[in-house]
Structure formats: C-alpha cells, structure tokens
Write a protein that binds this ligand. Structure first.
Ligand code: GLA
Length: 389
C-alpha cells in the first residue's frame, strides 16, 4: 500500500493551488472501507458490516461561473475537463474521470443544479485493492459538490446518488455497501446496514479496548476477470431468487435453506445460494456478539465466511487463500477476504501482541510461493465522509 508521500490533505491543498493558482474554497474527505463480514450480500438485499479506514481521498474544490468541471488528480498527474454535454448522459467521460463526471450526472439526473467546479484530488486509498477507492472518490466529490451548490440532502440519501454514478455512469453493477460505508460509518464503530431498507445501526467496535487489531493484508494478487465474475455472481443470485419465487435471496433464512436448495437443480447455483444465505446469518451472529461485547468470539465467523467465499461462492484466489491460512496458522482469531473478490485484501483479527508475528507469517508464506510480497497495515474504524474546512 504505497503511494505518494506526505500528508494527503496537504497534497490536495497544494495540488489545487499549483493547478489553479488560487486557494480552494474548501476541502472534503471520504475514507476507504473494509467489510468486516457480509460479502456479496448487499445486492441480495441482505446485511453487511463494514467499517471506514483511516486512508482517505481528499478533494479540494471551488466553484466556477460556467458549467464546466476541471479535475486534477495526483494519481494520474493529469487534468481533465468536461462540460454539461459530457454529463447529459452516461458514458461520455471514461477512465478515472468517469467517477467524477458520474457524480455530476447523478446529481443533475436527480434534479439538482450543480455549479461548475475546479477540483484537485489526492488519495491514500490504494487503487484496485478492494478497499473502495471508487466509492471514496465518488463520495468525496459528492460532498464537495453538494456544499458548493449549497444543497443540504439527508445523509441517508447520499449513498444511492454515489452508487448511481458508479452503476449507471461508470457501468459497474455494484451494490450499496461501499458508498454507504464511506458516507455513513462512524469512528470506533462498524456499520450494520440492512441493504433492503438502508437502515443502519452503529455497532461499537472498540478493538483497542479489547487488546485486538485488525490487520488489512493487501494480497497484491492481480484482479483476474473481477468485473465479469462479479456480474456473473450477481446474475446467478438474481436468477436463483426468481427460481425460488422470492424478491431476493435475503428472503431465504438458514432454516429454510435446505428446502430451498432442494428446489434448485444446478449444483453451482446451490453453492451460490448457500453462501449468500449463510453469510447473512453470519452477519447477524457477528452483530449479536459485538453487541454483547464479545469481540474475540467473532473470529470463527470471519473464517467461516472465508471458507464459504472460497468453496461456495468461488471468488478467492490462491494468494488470498494463502494469506488467510498463514494468518490463522500464526494465531489470528479469524481471517477472511474482504470486498468483491478475485484479489484485493484479507482482514485478520489478531491479538495486538501477535500482529507482527501474523504479518511475518503471511510474508513468509508468500515468499515460499514466490508471490509478490504482501503489505499489511493495522487499522482502526475511522470516520465517514466529511468536510475538513
Ligand atoms: C464490491 C461491491 C459491493 C459488494 C462487494 C461484495 O465491493 O462494490 O457492492 O457487492 O463487492 O460484498
């Protein structure tokens, strides 16, 4: 997880001044996220339990008098420019700029007037690691544009706007988890989100007090066919729900699972359904343990989630499985892949005094297999998107 050096707020601030020869009117930030548990449940109307990361995307911005948007990003080092025509319909701006143009489009499509703006973007959220760098970018830009426009929308409406930018403008069929996490998470808490009605409960997740650490291990595995496989999983879940005559797989409970599986004749579909239904239950069980202050006891649920993703949903890759196994062998209380799959990150719940030993064990297992060395970072639940000044 290496990137540009120096403080991210400073980089966005200086980037803005360098680009536009004037100070920004304000600064907005949105974090990356990890999902503690509840994978591929969001688009099945189910439950998720993400928390926000300390790594953030920061946007420095001011208004323009015309309907143009100029955006500089430190990641590409380039400045892009688009106008009202480019956001009249999805798809006209491509590449990273699509996430920014998508937010302008989504706001205008929802009937809001969005002023032209100049933006400078810096980020500590690693790209392509499954930590929601796209949701962080969309949400930071959304927060900036709303303030510049003088629009006050209720926080619970914002995730859908950011998600529409990604689903419709960019064209990625993702669920509501990432944008909800990035926008609605609170420091020291995990966000228990019901993806059907978008109700949330902030669940205390005080790792420090429990003497625990969550290690985020970037597997460094190249994303292999992630987009196509994600869409395929989603289609298969939707088809299964239809075959079972329920609005979404969320409507099948673990008690009904065997009967539901018996009604599906395709073994692959049965595995997909089993993952989603059991994963929803694991989220509920994790929340119950956390509410009871039993943080340590969630470890086995995390590991069971991983096994389900590996064997039933089939979205893990060898690097990811290696990291999970090595972490567990070195004493992690639980470990699982987090995010969409086919690469990305693993999270491991460890006793704080075992964190180094677990990191070393994962690195050693990687070295033995000649995989690109992984990076490991201890994280604590951080705040969601906010205006910095
Ligand atoms: C990606 C998507 C989310 C969610 C996860 C899997 O992160 O953006 O909506 O589906 O995968 O849980």
């Amino acid at each position: 997880m290496t990137g540009p050096t120096g403080d991210v707020v400073e980089r966005a601030t200086v980037g803005f001044t360098d680009q536009y020869d004037a100070p920004a009117a304000g600064l907005w930030a949105a974090p990356g996220r990890v999902n503690l548990i509840g994978e591929h449940t969001d688009y099945n109307d189910g439950f998720v339990l993400p928390f926000a990361l300390p790594m953030r995307t920061v946007v420095a911005a001011d208004r323009r008098d015309d309907e143009r948007w100029t955006v500089w990003s430190e990641l590409s080092g380039e400045t892009i420019d688009f106008d009202a025509d480019d956001v009249a319909e999805p798809g006209r701006v491509t590449g990273w700029g699509a996430y920014v143009a998508g937010v302008v489009w989504a706001l205008r499509d929802a009937g809001h007037a969005v002023p032209g703006a100049r933006l400078a973007i810096a980020s500590d959220v690693p790209l392509g690691s499954g930590l929601s760098s796209s949701a962080a970018l969309e949400s930071a830009v959304l927060a900036a544009l709303l303030d510049l426009a003088g629009l006050e929308l209720p926080a619970e409406r914002l995730p859908r706007l950011a998600q529409r930018a990604e689903n419709v403008y960019v064209g990625a069929p993702t669920g509501i988890m990432d944008q909800s996490a990035v926008i609605r998470c609170r420091v020291g808490h995990a966000l228990f989100l019901d993806c059907r009605d978008e109700s949330v409960e902030h669940i205390p997740f005080d790792l420090d007090a429990a003497g625990l650490t969550v290690l985020v291990i970037d597997s460094r595995a190249p994303h292999r066919h992630a987009d196509g496989e994600y869409a395929a999983r989603r289609r298969s879940c939707e088809a299964a729900a239809e075959a079972l005559g329920v609005p979404a797989l969320r409507d099948v409970t673990v008690d009904q699972l065997d009967a539901a599986l018996a009604r599906l004749d395709d073994t692959e579909t049965r595995r997909r359904v089993r993952h989603v239904v059991t994963e929803d239950q694991r989220v509920l069980d994790t929340v119950a343990l956390l509410r009871a202050g039993r943080v340590r006891d969630i470890g086995p649920l995390l590991t069971a989630s991983h096994v389900s993703m590996r064997d039933d949903f089939e979205i893990t890759v060898p690097e990811i499985d290696t990291a999970v196994e090595a972490a567990l062998s070195a004493g992690a209380l639980g470990a699982r892949m987090t995010g969409g799959g086919f690469g990305g990150c693993v999270l491991a719940l460890v006793e704080s005094d075992r964190a180094d030993a677990v990191s070393d064990a994962v690195r050693a297992a990687y070295a033995e297999r000649n995989y690109t060395a992984p990076t490991t970072v201890p994280v604590l639940p951080a705040p969601g998107a906010t205006r910095l000044r």
